[in-house]
Ligand binder design. Sequence first.
Ligand SMILES: [Fe+2]
Length: 501
Amino acid sequence: MNNKKKEKILFVDDEENILEVVREYFEFKGYAVATALNGREAVKILENEKIDCCFTDINMPEMDGVQLAEHIWRTDNTIPVVIMTGKPTIDYTIKTIKHGVVDFLVKPVNLNDMELCLERVLNQRELFIENILLKKEVEGKKRLEELTKQLQNKVDDLRILNKIISEFAEIGSTKDVFKRLVDMVTEISLADMSKFYVINWPVNRPFETVSCPETSGPEIDQALFERLLMNITADGIPFLVSENRGVEGLSGDILSFMCVPLKIRDKIFGVLTAYVAHGEVRFSEKDLYYLSVMTQNAAQAIENLALYENIYENLFATLYGFVSVLNARDSYTQQHSNRVTDISTIIGRELGCSTEELDMLNVAGRLHDIGKIGIRDEILLKPGKLTKEEFEKIKEHPSIGANIIKNLGFWNREINIIKSHHERFDGTGYPSGLKGKEIPLLSRILSIADVYDALASDRPYRNRMDEKSILEYLQGGAGTQFDPEIIEIFLRLYNEGKITE
Ligand SMILES: [Fe+2]
Protein backbone atom coordinates (compact mmCIF):
# COMPACT_ATOMS: atom_id res chain seq x y z
CA MET A 1 0.00 0.00 0.00
CA ASN A 2 1.34 3.41 -0.94
CA ASN A 3 1.49 6.44 1.29
CA LYS A 4 -1.87 7.76 2.27
CA LYS A 5 -2.92 10.57 -0.03
CA LYS A 6 -5.37 13.20 1.02
CA GLU A 7 -7.31 13.50 -2.23
CA LYS A 8 -10.76 12.05 -2.60
CA ILE A 9 -11.79 10.94 -6.07
CA LEU A 10 -15.33 10.41 -7.25
CA PHE A 11 -15.92 7.80 -9.97
CA VAL A 12 -19.25 7.75 -11.76
CA ASP A 13 -20.22 4.89 -14.06
CA ASP A 14 -23.37 2.84 -14.51
CA GLU A 15 -21.41 -0.41 -14.59
CA GLU A 16 -20.97 -1.63 -11.06
CA ASN A 17 -18.10 -4.00 -11.82
CA ILE A 18 -16.05 -1.14 -13.32
CA LEU A 19 -16.60 0.89 -10.16
CA GLU A 20 -15.44 -2.04 -8.03
CA VAL A 21 -12.19 -2.49 -9.95
CA VAL A 22 -11.49 1.24 -9.93
CA ARG A 23 -12.22 1.55 -6.22
CA GLU A 24 -9.91 -1.34 -5.35
CA TYR A 25 -7.08 0.04 -7.51
CA PHE A 26 -7.19 3.65 -6.35
CA GLU A 27 -7.67 2.74 -2.69
CA PHE A 28 -4.62 0.54 -3.03
CA LYS A 29 -2.81 3.57 -4.46
CA GLY A 30 -3.72 5.54 -1.35
CA TYR A 31 -6.60 7.70 -2.57
CA ALA A 32 -9.94 8.03 -0.84
CA VAL A 33 -12.60 6.86 -3.28
CA ALA A 34 -16.31 7.54 -3.66
CA THR A 35 -18.46 5.95 -6.35
CA ALA A 36 -21.84 6.64 -7.92
CA LEU A 37 -23.91 4.82 -10.53
CA ASN A 38 -25.25 7.97 -12.19
CA GLY A 39 -25.11 11.76 -12.12
CA ARG A 40 -27.93 12.09 -9.60
CA GLU A 41 -26.13 9.91 -7.04
CA ALA A 42 -22.91 11.79 -7.73
CA VAL A 43 -24.57 15.14 -6.99
CA LYS A 44 -25.70 13.83 -3.60
CA ILE A 45 -22.15 12.77 -2.76
CA LEU A 46 -20.80 16.14 -3.88
CA GLU A 47 -23.23 17.90 -1.56
CA ASN A 48 -21.98 15.97 1.46
CA GLU A 49 -18.32 15.26 0.83
CA LYS A 50 -15.26 17.20 -0.24
CA ILE A 51 -14.28 15.81 -3.63
CA ASP A 52 -10.99 16.71 -5.34
CA CYS A 53 -11.53 15.21 -8.77
CA CYS A 54 -14.34 13.48 -10.64
CA PHE A 55 -14.12 10.84 -13.38
CA THR A 56 -17.40 10.23 -15.14
CA ASP A 57 -18.86 8.07 -17.86
CA ILE A 58 -21.11 9.83 -20.39
CA ASN A 59 -24.12 7.62 -20.96
CA MET A 60 -25.90 6.89 -17.69
CA PRO A 61 -29.55 6.78 -16.63
CA GLU A 62 -31.19 9.69 -14.74
CA MET A 63 -28.39 12.22 -15.20
CA ASP A 64 -25.62 11.80 -17.74
CA GLY A 65 -21.94 12.78 -17.55
CA VAL A 66 -22.28 16.06 -19.44
CA GLN A 67 -25.11 17.22 -17.16
CA LEU A 68 -23.02 16.23 -14.16
CA ALA A 69 -20.02 18.20 -15.48
CA GLU A 70 -22.26 21.24 -15.95
CA HIS A 71 -23.56 20.89 -12.41
CA ILE A 72 -20.05 20.71 -10.98
CA TRP A 73 -18.94 23.68 -13.06
CA ARG A 74 -21.80 25.76 -11.66
CA THR A 75 -21.37 24.72 -8.04
CA ASP A 76 -17.60 24.39 -7.61
CA ASN A 77 -15.41 24.99 -10.63
CA THR A 78 -12.24 23.99 -8.83
CA ILE A 79 -13.23 20.30 -9.07
CA PRO A 80 -11.71 18.99 -12.29
CA VAL A 81 -13.91 16.61 -14.28
CA VAL A 82 -12.47 13.95 -16.56
CA ILE A 83 -14.82 12.35 -19.04
CA MET A 84 -14.43 8.73 -20.06
CA THR A 85 -15.93 8.21 -23.46
CA GLY A 86 -15.55 6.81 -26.96
CA LYS A 87 -13.45 8.94 -29.29
CA PRO A 88 -14.56 12.55 -28.73
CA THR A 89 -14.96 14.89 -31.68
CA ILE A 90 -13.60 18.42 -31.61
CA ASP A 91 -17.14 19.87 -31.52
CA TYR A 92 -17.99 17.71 -28.60
CA THR A 93 -14.72 18.62 -26.86
CA ILE A 94 -15.44 22.32 -27.18
CA LYS A 95 -18.96 21.86 -25.85
CA THR A 96 -17.85 19.98 -22.76
CA ILE A 97 -14.75 22.03 -21.88
CA LYS A 98 -17.01 25.03 -21.58
CA HIS A 99 -18.44 23.17 -18.66
CA GLY A 100 -15.25 22.52 -16.85
CA VAL A 101 -14.20 19.20 -18.35
CA VAL A 102 -10.42 19.19 -18.15
CA ASP A 103 -9.52 15.94 -19.85
CA PHE A 104 -10.81 12.97 -21.76
CA LEU A 105 -9.99 9.32 -21.53
CA VAL A 106 -10.94 7.14 -24.43
CA LYS A 107 -12.74 3.94 -23.49
CA PRO A 108 -11.85 1.20 -22.74
CA VAL A 109 -9.73 2.98 -20.19
CA ASN A 110 -6.85 1.21 -18.49
CA LEU A 111 -6.10 1.86 -14.83
CA ASN A 112 -2.58 3.05 -15.45
CA ASP A 113 -3.79 5.73 -17.89
CA MET A 114 -6.42 6.78 -15.37
CA GLU A 115 -3.80 7.14 -12.69
CA LEU A 116 -1.48 9.22 -14.88
CA CYS A 117 -4.39 11.39 -15.90
CA LEU A 118 -5.42 11.81 -12.26
CA GLU A 119 -1.91 12.87 -11.22
CA ARG A 120 -1.75 15.33 -14.08
CA VAL A 121 -5.17 16.79 -13.34
CA LEU A 122 -4.44 17.13 -9.62
CA ASN A 123 -1.14 18.89 -10.36
CA GLN A 124 -2.86 21.29 -12.69
CA ARG A 125 -5.57 21.93 -10.14
CA GLU A 126 -3.04 22.70 -7.47
CA LEU A 127 -1.36 25.23 -9.70
CA PHE A 128 -4.69 26.65 -10.70
CA ILE A 129 -5.88 27.12 -7.16
CA GLU A 130 -2.66 28.24 -5.54
CA ASN A 131 -1.22 30.40 -8.25
CA ILE A 132 -4.28 31.88 -9.76
CA LEU A 133 -7.40 31.83 -7.73
CA LEU A 134 -6.16 32.34 -4.20
CA LYS A 135 -3.45 34.88 -4.98
CA LYS A 136 -5.71 36.92 -7.16
CA GLU A 137 -8.66 36.78 -4.81
CA VAL A 138 -7.10 39.35 -2.54
CA GLU A 139 -7.05 41.78 -5.44
CA GLY A 140 -10.78 41.85 -5.37
CA LYS A 141 -13.74 39.93 -6.60
CA LYS A 142 -14.16 41.91 -9.78
CA ARG A 143 -10.63 41.24 -10.85
CA LEU A 144 -11.15 37.58 -10.08
CA GLU A 145 -14.26 37.42 -12.20
CA GLU A 146 -12.50 39.12 -15.06
CA LEU A 147 -9.56 36.80 -14.74
CA THR A 148 -11.75 33.73 -14.59
CA LYS A 149 -13.47 34.86 -17.75
CA GLN A 150 -10.19 35.47 -19.54
CA LEU A 151 -8.86 32.22 -18.24
CA GLN A 152 -11.90 30.37 -19.41
CA ASN A 153 -11.53 31.81 -22.89
CA LYS A 154 -7.95 30.74 -23.05
CA VAL A 155 -8.63 27.38 -21.46
CA ASP A 156 -11.15 26.80 -24.22
CA ASP A 157 -8.47 27.41 -26.83
CA LEU A 158 -6.02 25.37 -24.90
CA ARG A 159 -8.27 22.36 -24.62
CA ILE A 160 -8.82 22.33 -28.33
CA LEU A 161 -5.10 22.54 -28.95
CA ASN A 162 -4.39 19.85 -26.39
CA LYS A 163 -6.86 17.68 -28.17
CA ILE A 164 -4.98 18.34 -31.38
CA ILE A 165 -1.71 17.34 -29.70
CA SER A 166 -3.09 14.02 -28.61
CA GLU A 167 -4.57 13.40 -32.03
CA PHE A 168 -1.28 14.41 -33.60
CA ALA A 169 0.48 11.95 -31.35
CA GLU A 170 -1.45 9.12 -32.91
CA ILE A 171 0.00 9.76 -36.35
CA GLY A 172 2.97 12.04 -35.82
CA SER A 173 6.50 11.74 -34.59
CA THR A 174 8.24 13.09 -31.51
CA LYS A 175 9.63 15.93 -33.58
CA ASP A 176 6.10 16.96 -34.58
CA VAL A 177 5.09 17.10 -30.92
CA PHE A 178 7.91 19.55 -30.13
CA LYS A 179 7.04 21.67 -33.12
CA ARG A 180 3.40 21.69 -32.18
CA LEU A 181 4.37 22.62 -28.65
CA VAL A 182 6.37 25.73 -29.56
CA ASP A 183 3.75 26.77 -32.10
CA MET A 184 1.09 26.52 -29.41
CA VAL A 185 3.12 28.54 -26.94
CA THR A 186 3.58 31.49 -29.27
CA GLU A 187 -0.05 31.29 -30.27
CA ILE A 188 -1.51 31.14 -26.77
CA SER A 189 0.85 33.23 -24.66
CA LEU A 190 1.48 35.80 -27.44
CA ALA A 191 5.22 35.23 -26.99
CA ASP A 192 7.58 36.60 -29.62
CA MET A 193 9.40 33.33 -29.61
CA SER A 194 9.26 29.89 -28.08
CA LYS A 195 11.99 27.28 -28.19
CA PHE A 196 12.27 23.74 -26.97
CA TYR A 197 15.59 22.41 -25.71
CA VAL A 198 16.48 18.80 -25.08
CA ILE A 199 18.79 18.44 -22.11
CA ASN A 200 21.94 16.65 -23.10
CA TRP A 201 22.78 15.20 -19.71
CA PRO A 202 26.20 13.71 -20.53
CA VAL A 203 27.53 17.21 -21.26
CA ASN A 204 25.08 19.03 -18.99
CA ARG A 205 23.86 21.36 -21.70
CA PRO A 206 20.54 22.26 -23.27
CA PHE A 207 20.33 21.55 -26.97
CA GLU A 208 17.92 23.60 -29.05
CA THR A 209 15.60 21.46 -31.16
CA VAL A 210 12.69 23.53 -32.43
CA SER A 211 11.73 27.15 -32.41
CA CYS A 212 8.68 29.19 -33.35
CA PRO A 213 9.09 31.35 -35.31
CA GLU A 214 12.14 29.82 -36.96
CA THR A 215 14.27 32.93 -36.78
CA SER A 216 17.24 33.54 -34.55
CA GLY A 217 15.71 36.21 -32.25
CA PRO A 218 17.67 38.74 -30.18
CA GLU A 219 21.37 38.42 -29.43
CA ILE A 220 21.92 36.46 -26.25
CA ASP A 221 24.98 35.30 -24.42
CA GLN A 222 24.60 31.61 -25.20
CA ALA A 223 26.79 30.32 -22.37
CA LEU A 224 25.06 32.42 -19.67
CA PHE A 225 21.63 31.60 -21.03
CA GLU A 226 22.41 27.89 -21.09
CA ARG A 227 23.60 28.08 -17.49
CA LEU A 228 20.30 29.74 -16.50
CA LEU A 229 18.36 26.96 -18.25
CA MET A 230 20.41 24.29 -16.51
CA ASN A 231 19.75 25.92 -13.11
CA ILE A 232 16.02 25.98 -13.77
CA THR A 233 16.21 22.39 -14.94
CA ALA A 234 18.04 21.37 -11.77
CA ASP A 235 15.21 22.86 -9.69
CA GLY A 236 12.65 21.13 -11.90
CA ILE A 237 10.03 23.83 -11.34
CA PRO A 238 8.46 26.36 -13.71
CA PHE A 239 10.22 29.71 -13.85
CA LEU A 240 8.67 33.10 -14.57
CA VAL A 241 10.17 36.54 -15.05
CA SER A 242 7.25 38.87 -15.75
CA GLU A 243 9.40 41.95 -16.12
CA ASN A 244 13.09 41.40 -16.76
CA ARG A 245 15.16 43.83 -14.73
CA GLY A 246 18.54 42.29 -15.24
CA VAL A 247 18.11 38.61 -14.42
CA GLU A 248 21.47 36.94 -14.86
CA GLY A 249 21.59 34.95 -18.09
CA LEU A 250 18.68 36.83 -19.70
CA SER A 251 19.68 39.32 -22.33
CA GLY A 252 18.44 42.88 -21.75
CA ASP A 253 16.52 42.55 -25.04
CA ILE A 254 14.25 40.00 -23.39
CA LEU A 255 11.44 41.83 -21.59
CA SER A 256 9.52 38.89 -20.19
CA PHE A 257 10.49 35.23 -19.93
CA MET A 258 9.09 31.91 -18.81
CA CYS A 259 10.33 28.40 -18.89
CA VAL A 260 8.99 24.98 -17.87
CA PRO A 261 10.98 21.75 -17.60
CA LEU A 262 9.43 18.78 -19.38
CA LYS A 263 9.62 15.53 -17.46
CA ILE A 264 9.17 12.07 -18.83
CA ARG A 265 8.77 9.37 -16.23
CA ASP A 266 10.11 11.71 -13.56
CA LYS A 267 13.27 12.39 -15.51
CA ILE A 268 13.81 15.84 -16.97
CA PHE A 269 14.02 15.46 -20.69
CA GLY A 270 13.88 19.02 -21.92
CA VAL A 271 12.81 22.54 -21.27
CA LEU A 272 10.23 24.72 -22.98
CA THR A 273 10.94 28.45 -23.07
CA ALA A 274 9.09 31.53 -24.24
CA TYR A 275 9.98 35.18 -24.29
CA VAL A 276 8.78 38.59 -25.28
CA ALA A 277 11.22 41.04 -26.84
CA HIS A 278 8.85 43.79 -28.09
CA GLY A 279 5.54 45.37 -27.26
CA GLU A 280 3.34 45.36 -24.24
CA VAL A 281 2.78 41.67 -23.56
CA ARG A 282 4.17 40.44 -20.22
CA PHE A 283 3.81 36.87 -19.02
CA SER A 284 1.82 36.11 -15.90
CA GLU A 285 1.30 33.08 -13.69
CA LYS A 286 -1.64 32.26 -15.87
CA ASP A 287 0.64 31.90 -18.90
CA LEU A 288 3.00 29.79 -16.86
CA TYR A 289 0.08 27.59 -15.97
CA TYR A 290 -0.76 27.11 -19.65
CA LEU A 291 2.83 26.22 -20.36
CA SER A 292 2.79 23.62 -17.60
CA VAL A 293 -0.39 22.08 -18.93
CA MET A 294 1.09 21.96 -22.40
CA THR A 295 4.36 20.37 -21.35
CA GLN A 296 2.53 17.74 -19.32
CA ASN A 297 0.35 16.88 -22.29
CA ALA A 298 3.31 16.85 -24.63
CA ALA A 299 5.23 14.60 -22.24
CA GLN A 300 2.33 12.19 -22.32
CA ALA A 301 2.26 12.27 -26.10
CA ILE A 302 6.00 11.69 -26.31
CA GLU A 303 5.79 8.82 -23.89
CA ASN A 304 3.11 7.20 -26.00
CA LEU A 305 5.16 7.81 -29.12
CA ALA A 306 8.29 6.40 -27.57
CA LEU A 307 6.39 3.21 -26.91
CA TYR A 308 4.93 3.27 -30.36
CA GLU A 309 8.29 3.87 -31.98
CA ASN A 310 9.72 1.12 -29.81
CA ILE A 311 12.69 3.14 -28.68
CA TYR A 312 14.20 2.12 -25.40
CA GLU A 313 15.09 5.48 -24.04
CA ASN A 314 13.83 8.05 -26.47
CA LEU A 315 14.75 9.28 -29.81
CA PHE A 316 16.69 12.41 -29.02
CA ALA A 317 18.42 11.11 -25.94
CA THR A 318 19.73 8.22 -27.99
CA LEU A 319 20.97 10.31 -30.84
CA TYR A 320 22.38 13.16 -28.85
CA GLY A 321 24.02 10.55 -26.68
CA PHE A 322 25.98 9.62 -29.80
CA VAL A 323 26.80 13.21 -30.58
CA SER A 324 28.07 13.81 -27.08
CA VAL A 325 30.22 10.69 -27.14
CA LEU A 326 31.79 12.00 -30.30
CA ASN A 327 32.07 15.47 -28.85
CA ALA A 328 33.99 14.13 -25.87
CA ARG A 329 36.69 12.97 -28.30
CA ASP A 330 36.49 15.68 -30.89
CA SER A 331 34.90 18.90 -29.68
CA TYR A 332 35.19 20.45 -33.13
CA THR A 333 32.57 18.16 -34.65
CA GLN A 334 29.64 19.28 -32.53
CA GLN A 335 30.25 22.99 -32.99
CA HIS A 336 30.97 22.45 -36.65
CA SER A 337 27.74 20.45 -37.03
CA ASN A 338 25.71 23.21 -35.42
CA ARG A 339 27.20 25.84 -37.72
CA VAL A 340 26.71 23.64 -40.79
CA THR A 341 23.07 23.19 -39.76
CA ASP A 342 22.55 26.94 -39.43
CA ILE A 343 24.16 27.73 -42.79
CA SER A 344 22.32 24.87 -44.57
CA THR A 345 19.04 26.13 -43.17
CA ILE A 346 19.68 29.64 -44.49
CA ILE A 347 20.46 28.25 -47.96
CA GLY A 348 17.49 25.84 -47.78
CA ARG A 349 15.11 28.61 -46.89
CA GLU A 350 16.39 30.74 -49.78
CA LEU A 351 15.88 27.79 -52.12
CA GLY A 352 12.26 27.54 -50.95
CA CYS A 353 12.58 24.23 -49.06
CA SER A 354 9.45 23.12 -47.20
CA THR A 355 9.26 23.08 -43.40
CA GLU A 356 9.60 19.33 -43.57
CA GLU A 357 12.79 19.61 -45.63
CA LEU A 358 14.16 22.22 -43.24
CA ASP A 359 13.44 19.83 -40.36
CA MET A 360 15.32 17.11 -42.22
CA LEU A 361 18.25 19.49 -42.77
CA ASN A 362 18.23 20.25 -39.07
CA VAL A 363 18.57 16.60 -38.10
CA ALA A 364 20.94 15.64 -40.91
CA GLY A 365 23.09 18.74 -40.34
CA ARG A 366 23.54 18.04 -36.67
CA LEU A 367 24.25 14.38 -37.27
CA HIS A 368 26.09 14.44 -40.61
CA ASP A 369 29.49 13.56 -39.15
CA ILE A 370 28.13 11.14 -36.54
CA GLY A 371 29.95 8.34 -38.44
CA LYS A 372 33.25 9.75 -37.18
CA ILE A 373 32.39 7.86 -34.03
CA GLY A 374 33.65 4.81 -35.93
CA ILE A 375 37.04 6.36 -36.82
CA ARG A 376 39.98 5.70 -34.50
CA ASP A 377 41.42 8.62 -32.48
CA GLU A 378 44.86 8.49 -34.06
CA ILE A 379 43.28 9.17 -37.45
CA LEU A 380 40.39 11.43 -36.38
CA LEU A 381 42.56 13.66 -34.20
CA LYS A 382 45.78 13.44 -36.18
CA PRO A 383 47.46 16.86 -36.27
CA GLY A 384 49.38 16.29 -39.52
CA LYS A 385 48.43 15.33 -43.05
CA LEU A 386 46.67 11.97 -43.44
CA THR A 387 48.22 9.12 -45.41
CA LYS A 388 46.26 7.63 -48.30
CA GLU A 389 45.17 4.67 -46.11
CA GLU A 390 44.10 6.97 -43.30
CA PHE A 391 42.10 9.11 -45.69
CA GLU A 392 40.38 5.96 -46.98
CA LYS A 393 39.29 5.30 -43.37
CA ILE A 394 37.96 8.85 -42.94
CA LYS A 395 36.00 8.37 -46.15
CA GLU A 396 33.99 5.64 -44.45
CA HIS A 397 32.30 8.09 -42.06
CA PRO A 398 29.24 8.94 -44.22
CA SER A 399 28.39 5.23 -44.58
CA ILE A 400 29.08 4.51 -40.90
CA GLY A 401 26.86 7.46 -39.95
CA ALA A 402 24.05 6.26 -42.22
CA ASN A 403 24.30 2.81 -40.63
CA ILE A 404 24.10 4.18 -37.10
CA ILE A 405 20.93 6.08 -37.95
CA LYS A 406 19.56 3.07 -39.81
CA ASN A 407 20.14 0.75 -36.87
CA LEU A 408 18.08 3.01 -34.68
CA GLY A 409 15.22 2.27 -37.04
CA PHE A 410 13.90 5.71 -37.95
CA TRP A 411 14.50 8.83 -39.99
CA ASN A 412 14.87 7.03 -43.29
CA ARG A 413 15.00 10.18 -45.37
CA GLU A 414 17.76 11.69 -43.29
CA ILE A 415 19.90 8.56 -43.79
CA ASN A 416 20.45 9.32 -47.48
CA ILE A 417 21.28 12.94 -46.82
CA ILE A 418 23.94 11.99 -44.31
CA LYS A 419 25.30 9.25 -46.54
CA SER A 420 25.69 11.59 -49.52
CA HIS A 421 27.22 14.67 -47.92
CA HIS A 422 30.66 13.97 -49.47
CA GLU A 423 29.41 13.18 -52.96
CA ARG A 424 30.67 15.57 -55.65
CA PHE A 425 28.61 17.11 -58.43
CA ASP A 426 30.97 15.66 -61.09
CA GLY A 427 30.55 12.12 -59.72
CA THR A 428 34.04 11.77 -58.19
CA GLY A 429 32.93 11.94 -54.56
CA TYR A 430 32.33 9.20 -52.02
CA PRO A 431 30.93 6.75 -50.97
CA SER A 432 28.76 6.04 -54.06
CA GLY A 433 30.10 8.35 -56.77
CA LEU A 434 26.64 9.86 -57.35
CA LYS A 435 26.53 12.60 -59.98
CA GLY A 436 24.60 15.87 -60.38
CA LYS A 437 20.98 15.68 -59.36
CA GLU A 438 21.39 12.01 -58.35
CA ILE A 439 22.78 13.50 -55.16
CA PRO A 440 19.88 14.44 -52.85
CA LEU A 441 19.22 18.20 -52.93
CA LEU A 442 19.67 18.51 -49.17
CA SER A 443 23.07 16.78 -49.39
CA ARG A 444 24.15 19.22 -52.11
CA ILE A 445 23.23 22.05 -49.74
CA LEU A 446 24.88 20.39 -46.77
CA SER A 447 28.16 19.77 -48.61
CA ILE A 448 28.59 23.48 -49.42
CA ALA A 449 27.89 24.52 -45.82
CA ASP A 450 30.20 21.74 -44.61
CA VAL A 451 33.16 22.77 -46.79
CA TYR A 452 32.62 26.46 -46.12
CA ASP A 453 32.66 25.98 -42.35
CA ALA A 454 35.62 23.59 -42.45
CA LEU A 455 37.70 26.10 -44.44
CA ALA A 456 36.67 28.96 -42.16
CA SER A 457 37.76 27.02 -39.02
CA ASP A 458 41.18 26.43 -37.49
CA ARG A 459 42.04 22.74 -37.59
CA PRO A 460 44.90 20.87 -35.89
CA TYR A 461 46.68 20.44 -39.24
CA ARG A 462 46.11 23.92 -40.73
CA ASN A 463 44.92 27.42 -39.91
CA ARG A 464 41.67 28.80 -41.22
CA MET A 465 41.70 30.10 -44.78
CA ASP A 466 41.18 33.79 -45.44
CA GLU A 467 37.78 34.93 -46.71
CA LYS A 468 38.88 35.67 -50.27
CA SER A 469 40.48 32.25 -50.72
CA ILE A 470 37.42 30.49 -49.29
CA LEU A 471 35.10 32.22 -51.72
CA GLU A 472 37.47 31.50 -54.63
CA TYR A 473 37.63 27.86 -53.61
CA LEU A 474 33.84 27.56 -53.50
CA GLN A 475 33.40 29.43 -56.78
CA GLY A 476 36.08 27.25 -58.39
CA GLY A 477 34.26 24.11 -57.24
CA ALA A 478 30.97 25.08 -58.93
CA GLY A 479 30.05 22.29 -61.34
CA THR A 480 32.86 19.97 -60.17
CA GLN A 481 32.57 19.60 -56.40
CA PHE A 482 29.37 21.60 -55.91
CA ASP A 483 26.01 22.17 -57.52
CA PRO A 484 26.62 25.43 -59.46
CA GLU A 485 23.10 26.76 -58.86
CA ILE A 486 23.41 26.35 -55.10
CA ILE A 487 26.91 27.87 -55.10
CA GLU A 488 25.46 30.90 -56.83
CA ILE A 489 22.81 31.21 -54.13
CA PHE A 490 25.38 30.68 -51.38
CA LEU A 491 27.67 33.42 -52.74
CA ARG A 492 24.77 35.81 -53.10
CA LEU A 493 23.65 35.16 -49.50
CA TYR A 494 27.25 35.55 -48.36
CA ASN A 495 27.66 38.87 -50.15
CA GLU A 496 24.38 40.11 -48.69
CA GLY A 497 25.83 39.38 -45.25
CA LYS A 498 23.26 36.68 -44.50
CA ILE A 499 25.91 34.06 -43.88
CA THR A 500 28.31 35.00 -41.14
CA GLU A 501 30.59 32.94 -38.97
FE1 LIG B 1 31.74 14.74 -43.18
